[in-house]
Ligand binder design. Structure first.
Ligand code: XMP
Length: 321
């Protein structure tokens, strides 16, 4: 019968058998899939596993700390952190085209991960790479019905030949809800287990216009308020995702106190969905939206207008870029 303990025991045994005394590497993204996959492998082979976290500087408030502190504390994994924010922001400087942003981030990500993998491999006999592939990913790549044709998604796929590892994919037979149950059973923090899906290119594709440190700070502040209020209202699990988007090249006139402002709008994009292939805009209670709007315009000085996206997918996509 399906219990988290059975699955964990079976997987731990299977991973030990497969890996033997070799070394294993795993890229952590901050998302639940790679976190649970790595926790399972760590339970099986301990410090034969090295996790690599590439901080591209495009995560939301608190997310890097969640990986670097909370996750390490909860699991005891050996973690190599690469702070690559300067490199990513440098490569993105002045770039406004969405596909261009994605390509640059995907390319830089592979390069940075490759370098880190080489460093880890130089220290030991690394033969395996852990991936948090789920059952729907397996089906989707077979059926070819993904969204990859619409927007170029990135994952750690195209490593060069001298870095070809055998894959360990302990979640291949599982659905997302099962992965979450396992995550909790493995002692992962709730904030990680229940994190909404978040795109690999991060906040770069939620800034409409060029990406900069200042703009990221503005968006992070607004995003954190929206997430806090959603959580406070007890609605996290009713919403599939809640992107907050900064229209960085748009300005509108506002008034605050007795002063005129000329600030930026942010868009709230809460959606409900089963699998992200289609989505509907979430009918969040007006009082929750009102609190988010009031707080953002009070607490984030550069933002003087908050708008709600009421478009389903199709015709809109979930992300704005
Ligand atoms: P769209 O915007 O196409 O998004 O409706 C569908 C789902 O995919 C996520 N998304 C990505 N995830 N890398 C990812 O790992 C990406 O490049 C990427 N782009 C979009 C998006 O957040 C939504 O869940």
């Amino acid at each position: 019968s399906w219990t988290p303990d059975n699955i964990i025991d079976d997987q731990v045994a299977a991973i030990r058998e497969r890996v033997g005394d070799k070394e294993v590497i795993c890229g952590l993204s901050g998302g639940v899939d790679s976190a649970v996959a790595a926790a399972l492998v760590h339970k099986a082979v301990g410090d034969q596993l090295t996790c690599v976290f590439v901080d591209h500087g495009l995560l939301r408030a608190g997310e890097a700390e969640q990986v670097e502190q909370d996750y390490v504390e909860a699991t005891g994994v050996k973690l190599k952190v690469v702070d690559a924010a300067d490199r990513f922001l440098g490569a993105l400087d002045g770039v406004t085209d969405p596909e261009q942003k994605r390509k640059i981030i995907g390319r830089e990500f592979i390069r940075v991960f490759e370098q880190a993998a080489r460093e880890v491999a130089a220290e030991g006999d690394v033969e395996f790479l852990v991936q948090g592939t789920l059952y729907p990913d397996v089906v989707e790549s077979g059926g070819g019905t993904g969204t990859a044709n619409i927007k170029s998604h990135h994952n750690v796929g195209g490593l060069p030949d001298d870095l070809k590892f055998a894959l360990v994919e302990p979640l291949r037979t599982l659905f997302k809800d099962e992965v979450r149950t396992l995550g909790t059973a493995l002692g992962l923090p709730d904030a990680m287990v229940w994190r909404h899906p978040f795109p690999g290119p991060g906040l770069a594709i939620r800034i409409i216009g060029a990406v900069s440190r200042d703009r990221l700070d503005i968006l992070r502040a607004a995003d954190q308020i929206a997430r806090d209020e959603l959580t406070a209202a007890g609605l996290d699990r009713d919403v599939w995702q809640f992107p907050v988007v900064l229209l960085a090249d748009v300005r509108s006139v506002g008034v605050q106190g007795d002063g005129r402002t000329y600030g930026h709008p942010v868009v709230l994009r809460p959606v409900s969905s089963e699998d992200a292939m289609t989505a509907d805009w979430s009918r969040l209670p007006y009082d929750v939206i009102a609190r988010i709007s009031t707080r953002i315009t009070n607490e984030v000085p550069e933002v003087n207008r908050v708008v709600l996206d009421v478009t389903s997918k199709p015709p809109g996509t979930i992300e704005w870029e």
